[in-house]
Design a protein around this ligand. Structure first.
Ligand SMILES: Cc1cc2nc3c(=O)[nH]c(=O)nc-3n(C[C@H](O)[C@H](O)[C@H](O)COP(=O)(O)OP(=O)(O)OC[C@H]3O[C@@H](n4cnc5c(N)ncnc54)[C@H](O)[C@@H]3O)c2cc1C
Length: 468
């Protein structure tokens, strides 16, 4: 995919050494590599790696990285491949290091409320294991087949960030292998740590450019007693989003507040063939509330409902059964695939301060209108994270226009106090916009950090920024 590179070739000799490390079945050089040539981001041309290796343990990761570093071969770590910025796409070819076989839940420590997992365990594996122990991992990044390693590497957010924050708020420790082959342990089964630089937090969100994450320790909490979902229709998006700051002013804290418009609701209905309640209105808030008791949840839901009605909400729909709640949430989880089905050309996930979200969405829509390219907007109204998708059947013709639109949209986001990406990372898709959110000194410091971890720039090169 990248025309020229100074990297070494994956020779037969290197393939033989990789085979010694992980066994022949776990070294892929044939057509199966196509499954590792892209992630969920829409890209016109996949990037085929020379080889995919699937280690089973940390020792094997150490050996693979030492070999790659010595032979100057780029290594792209890969989890579930559900990323939306091309982070797991091997743009310099070389080795894809897939952690899919390192997928064990190693321990659920009920005394310390900590889960220790291998990086290839999926979110759904984690939820199930934690639930079996009567505990709770409250984060809800929308894709259950994503791995915990991928969640950590992208600092995944999702629908419950208003109350619980994002992945970095739940990671208490890591094991990671550096590109030069050393294994480091960071943090531990404790919340407090004031012992030198916080390498855990540095590796979180580094998108596989600093190290391969080989173990993750996650903080758990007791489960809430009750969960409620409010689905609130409005006659305008402006009214819907303007309700959000006033919900917080009531001093109640929902778990998440999602916003969406009629166009996406209609697309979901067409895609699934199932009707969504109150689907005829212009805009909606989906508000997730968790609390310990029936009384508490009732009180929070009433307060939120009242604020929405004061802002022109047409109704407040509360699904009566667990099944109906699940159905609503599943509709929301489907947004990305539905939009993909109807011709999305790209995805932006700008984050702005919550109080500026209405301004941001209106300005972004105004920009897209100028270019006459439809823009679908939805997202996490409660934490300021907006997903924007341009819809065009004529991808090639629209490409330049879309770059211009995105540049303008990012400019607006940054000028409102926000930044380029709230949860999907930069990968290679958004690296060209990083300078808009990070000044020269900050960018140079990031590059110095990268060089300190990875002197030969073999770890996921060409992601987040280019090293010149
Ligand atoms: C339908 C859908 C909904 C989504 N909803 C959300 C959402 O609500 N919130 C959100 O944050 N994201 C969301 N995503 C994006 C995606 O699921 C997340 O970015 C997720 O964290 C990626 O995990 P993964 O295992 O698929 O990682 P991959 O796509 O395989 O990799 C992502 C990045 O992490 C690096 N990486 C992976 N594993 C490791 C490792 N062990 N060590 C070092 N680096 C590693 C890769 O090199 C790459 O840079 C959604 C995606 C889809 C398709």
């Amino acid at each position: 995919m990248v025309a020229q590179s100074h990297y070494g070739e994956v020779t037969d000799g290197i393939l033989a050494l990789l085979t010694e490390i992980v066994g022949a079945r776990n070294v892929l050089t044939g057509d199966e590599r196509e499954n590792y040539a892209r992630d969920e981001m829409p890209i016109p041309k996949p990037a085929l790696p020379d080889v995919v290796v699937k280690p089973k343990d940390t020792d094997s990761v150490v050996k693979i990285l030492k070999l790659a570093n010595e032979k100057n071969i780029p290594v792209t770590p890969r989890g579930g491949g559900t990323g939306l910025s091309g982070g797991a796409v091997p743009i310099y070819e070389g080795i894809v290091l897939s952690v899919e076989r390192m997928n064990r839940i190693l321990e659920i420590d009920e005394d310390n409320f900590v889960a220790t997992v291998e990086p290839g365990a999926t979110l759904s594996d984690l939820y199930q294991a934690v639930e079996e122990h009567g505990l709770y991992y409250p984060l809800y990044p929308g894709e259950m087949s994503a791995t915990i390693g991928g969640n950590v590497a992208t600092n995944a957010g999702g629908m419950k960030a208003v109350k619980y924050g994002v992945t970095r708020h739940f990671v208490v420790g890591l094991e990671a292998v550096l590109p030069t082959g050393e294994t480091i342990q960071t943090g531990g089964k404790f919340v407090k740590c004031s012992t030198g630089y916080d390498l855990t937090q540095l590796i979180i969100g580094s998108e596989g450019t600093l190290a391969v994450i080989t173990k993750v320790m996650l903080r758990l909490i007791p489960p809430p007693g009750r969960r409620e979902i409010l689905f609130v229709p409005f006659n305008s998006l402006h009214d819907a989003i303007k309700s959000v700051p006033d919900i917080f002013k009531e001093r109640v804290l929902p778990v998440g507040i999602e916003f969406m418009e009629r166009d996406i609701i209609n697309m979901v209905e067409q895609y699934t063939g199932k009707e969504i309640p109150l689907h005829g209105y212009e805009a909606f808030l989906m508000i997730i509330v968790e609390a310990d008791s029936e009384d508490e949840i009732h009180q929070i839901s009433s307060q939120i409902g009242e604020v929405c009605l004061n802002h022109g909400a047409v109704d407040v729909f509360i699904p009566g059964s667990e099944r109906a709640k699940r159905r609503l949430l599943e509709s929301r989880e489907k947004f990305y695939h539905v939009i993909q089905h109807f011709g999305m050309t790209d995805i932006a996930d700008v984050v702005v301060p919550c109080s500026r979200i209405a301004d941001f969405v209106e300005l972004a829509k105004g920009i897209a209108n100028e270019y006459r390219i439809p823009l679908v907007a939805y997202g996490h109204a409660g934490d300021g994270n907006v997903h924007l998708h341009h819809m065009s059947q004529e991808t090639d013709k629209a490409e330049d226009k879309i770059k211009e639109i995105l540049t303008k949209i990012y400019e607006v986001g940054v000028s409102l106090g926000g930044t380029i990406s709230g949860e999907h990372g930069l990968g290679f898709a958004k690296k060209g916009y990083l300078h808009m959110a990070a000044d020269k000194d900050k960018l140079e410091l990031m590059k110095r950090v990268k060089r300190a971890f990875d002197p030969n720039n073999i770890m996921n090169p060409g992601k987040i920024f280019d090293l010149e």
